[in-house]
Structure formats: C-alpha cells, structure tokens
Design a protein around this ligand. Structure first.
Ligand code: SF4
Length: 354
C-alpha cells in the first residue's frame, strides 16, 4: 500500500460521551453527547467520498467516547458494512453493552470488536478505568464476541499503573482466544500525565518482551505508540528479507476523525489537518501540509532524523508533540533517539551528580 495516497485504518470517534472514568482517557470523555456531532448523512457522505477516491478501502474502526451512546449507531454500522468497509467497533464496557447486543452487531455484519483490558485483575483494570465491575463485564463481553464468530481484539494500555501486570495480561489474552492483542504505550495527552509514561528503557524492554511473546502465540501481537517495535523485529531477522516495510503510524496509513469532523493524524496527536464538513477526507489525508510533513522522514529531528529506521519507523510523532510541543522532534520513547522524557532526564541528572 502506498501510504502517501491510501489509508490502512481509519478510526472514527463518533461521540465524546462515555460513562467510564479512565485515568488516561485520550478524549477527555464527557457524560453527554455534543449536539454538533456528525450526523448519519454526513458520515455517509464521507464513506462515499472514500469509496469513490480510494482503490483499497481502509478498515473502519468506530470508537468514542463510547460509540454505543449514539442511538443511531445501528444505522452507521449498517451503512459502513453496506458500502463495503471492513467494520470494527471499539465500545466502552458499560452496563449498556450486553452479550445480546454483541450478537446483534455480528448480525449487522461487524467483523471485529476491540475491548480494553488493562491488566489481568479487577484490581488493576477497574482502578485504571474508574468503575468497579468493569473487569468482570469485559471478560463476559469478550467471550460473547468470540462466541458470536467475530474477531476479538484486546487493547491493553501500558503505563506505570499497569506495567507490572503485562505478562499475565498476555496470558489472559491467549485464554480469551483473541485474534489480536494491541498494547498501547500511553502517550501523555488527554487525561494521561507524563508521570504515567514509561521511560525509553522501559519501553525497549517491554517491546522486546512483546516481540518474544509473538513468537510463542498464534494471534497477532502489536504495539501502538511505539513504532520502533518494527526495529526490534527487524534486528532479530523477523521481518523477512530486504528493508523492513513501513509501520502504520500517524498520517502514514492512519487517520482519525473526531466527533465534530476534524481530521487528525492520530487520536493522540491533537493537530488538525482540516474538517470533513469543509473538505474531502482523502484530500486532507493526501495534501494537507500537516499530513505531508509527518510522512516525510527528512523532516524529523534528532535521532529520529538520522536513524537508519527513520523511513520504516520514524518514531511516535504523537509522543514527540505531547512532550516537546513539536510533532517533528525526536521520539523520547526510543533509546536510539537521543531524547528522553523530561522527568527521566531529571532523574538521570540527579544520579550522575552523585
Ligand atoms: S530513533 Fe526514532 S526512527 Fe529510529 S528506531 Fe528510534 S523511534 Fe524509530
């Protein structure tokens, strides 16, 4: 796929409304829906535009907030399926989500559901998500997804609060018969603070574990917010012959639309390339200055600019922006970038001054 013209995945925030209280919420979710949300007709027009201009349609991931807060969700899902998009949904696990609703989504033609589970116990998960009982409910819904014949993806946010449970979480993912386990390295944006972020050394160690774990299991294990996962795979000879393929990251194979129609390179990078109410999504993705600059590795600064993996990896542009206010800065989450989180830098300075 040529990422300068095509998207592999499009994540769509249908609403900001949600009844969980997650510590790290990217969206800073709110209890009620915003009346300015894109309508079904506006969503349909964007889907038509994508169908007309792209040879390969992106995988459509409907998220929030909690997408099930929208009473027209069925219409949106049916529209996406009918127009030929591989359709996925990422609901928040609240009492609204029941096994019978899961079966209903399967009947509508939804292909996969992603459920967030951040640790192998209620103690870790419920504390992180801010609502007691969410862990048990998430297990029940995950089992219903598999029973309904849809693919189950488990998303695990890894931060200071959840790191200790990650290996046991990997085992739980296997027990739940996932098709895919996505580990999200928390970016300090939204409600997530920089103190909850892992250092570059911790991320490196965790990525090594994930690459090793991938060798032991049949389901897909991936890292989000840490494209240098690919560097580790490549150095271990796990990416085949020749140069490594490019990883999907902000503006490169990926775009995010918020509930008001703003188009971002990622849900974790709050810089807009334009609004679908004014302009074609495909044009924003292909031609906006922001999206173009984030795809061009020669723009990257520090270690990410001079790195042999700048094209294939390029670092997390979202973390660079969250930490330095510069989306082209070196990614402080990578040991090769020559950059560090300010908090970690301060710790290292204190240690070396002894
Ligand atoms: S220095 Fe930047 S481009 Fe190189 S592997 Fe690390 S994050 Fe990727």
């Amino acid at each position: 796929m040529d990422f300068s013209s095509s998207m592999h995945v499009l994540t769509w925030e249908l609403t900001k409304a949600c009844h969980l209280h997650c510590r790290h919420c990217r969206a800073r979710a709110i209890p009620n829906r915003n009346p300015g949300e894109l309508s079904v007709a506006e969503i349909g027009a964007v889907l038509d535009d994508l169908s007309a201009k792209l040879d390969l349609k992106p995988i459509m991931v409907f998220t929030g907030g909690d997408p099930s807060e929208r009473d027209d969700l069925d219409e949106i899902l049916a529209l996406s399926v009918e127009k030929g998009f591989i359709t996925s949904i990422s609901p928040s696990v609240t009492p609204r989500i029941t096994p019978s609703l899961v079966w209903h989504w399967a009947e509508l033609g939804v292909r996969s559901i992603s459920i967030s589970i951040d640790g192998p116990s209620a103690e870790i998960h419920d504390r992180f998500r801010g609502v007691k009982g969410t862990f048990e409910r998430s297990l029940e819904i995950s089992k219903a997804v598999v029973a309904s014949g849809m693919s189950l993806q488990i998303n695990t946010s890894v931060s200071r609060f959840t790191l200790g449970g990650l290996k046991a979480m990997g085992e739980l993912a296997a027990d739940l018969q996932v098709s895919s386990w996505e580990v999200f390295f928390v970016i300090p944006t939204g409600r997530a603070s920089i103190k909850s972020s892992l250092s570059a050394a911790e991320i490196e160690e965790t990525l090594n574990y994930l690459v090793e774990y991938q060798q032991q299991v049949k389901f897909r294990v991936t890292a989000v917010g840490a494209p240098h996962y690919l560097r580790i795979q490549h150095r271990l000879g796990l990416t085949g012959d020749g140069p490594p393929r490019q990883s999907v990251r902000e503006a490169r194979g990926f775009a995010f639309i918020d509930h008001l129609g703003e188009v971002f390179p990622s849900g974790y990078l709050p810089l807009s390339g334009g609004n679908v109410r004014d302009k074609s999504l495909v044009e924003i993705y292909r031609d906006s200055e922001l999206f173009r600059s984030l795809r061009e590795p020669s723009n990257f600064k520090g270690g990410c600019g001079s790195c042999e993996y700048s094209l294939a990896c390029g670092g997390s542009r979202a973390r660079a922006y969250a930490v330095f206010g510069d989306s082209l800065a070196a990614d402080p989450g990578c040991v090769l970038s020559g950059s560090e989180l300010p908090a970690v830098r301060e710790e290292l300075r204190l240690i070396s001054s002894f």
